[in-house]
Ligand binder design. Structure first.
Ligand code: HEM
Length: 145
């Protein structure tokens, strides 16, 4: 592979988690179907995020341990794992066996928290690529501050 596969996969969890949080908020004011849609989106986001994490770990392994980009990459990883944990907890709170139920207030709060961490992690991911050149030009990683 001449370029990382990670950026290709991150769109799935970002899009589905974002829409899930929107649907969760909407479910507080509308009917049960919106809450169910949010649950389905959370299932997709939580699973596709695992695939994005695997490819992210592959890219992490290519960063020089001494480079300043490594610190940002670790922050990106911790933030996204926190986001994943919030979304997964929100999902489990609305599961009754395998049946998705209407999200309660706590499940919606967890979903919003997951989204806040997702945005922070995305910011760090962008920093890695556009400021430190990770995944673009190996030489830039060593020279960026
Ligand atoms: C173990 C977890 C993860 C690690 C170690 C990791 C690592 C990285 C690395 C090294 C980069 C820069 C190089 C590249 O773009 O391939 C990056 C970029 C990025 N990551 Fe992750 N990542 C992880 C999980 C995720 C997940 C689950 C998401 C989304 C839900 C995500 C979203 C992003 C975004 C948006 C970028 C910027 C891509 C771009 O602008 O081209 N990452 N990540």
């Amino acid at each position: 592979m001449k370029h990382p596969i990670h950026p290709m996969l991150v769109h799935f969890p970002i899009a589905t988690w974002f829409l899930a949080t929107l649907a969760d908020l909407a479910s507080l004011f509308t009917n049960e179907q919106v809450g169910w849609v949010a649950g389905v989106l959370l299932v997709i986001g939580t699973i596709t995020a695992l695939l994005a994490m695997i490819t992210g770990l592959v890219e992490l392994g290519k960063i020089d341990a001494q480079s300043p980009a490594m610190k940002i990459a670790n922050q990106h990883m911790v933030l996204i794992m926190t986001s994943w944990s919030f979304y997964a907890a929100s999902l489990f709170m609305r599961l009754n066996g395998t049946v998705l139920e209407q999200p309660g207030t706590l499940a919606v709060i967890l979903s919003v928290a997951g989204f806040i961490f997702l945005c922070s992690a995305g910011w760090m991911g962008g920093k890695l690529v556009y400021q430190y050149g990770v995944g673009i030009q190996p030489s830039q990683q060593e020279h960026s501050k």
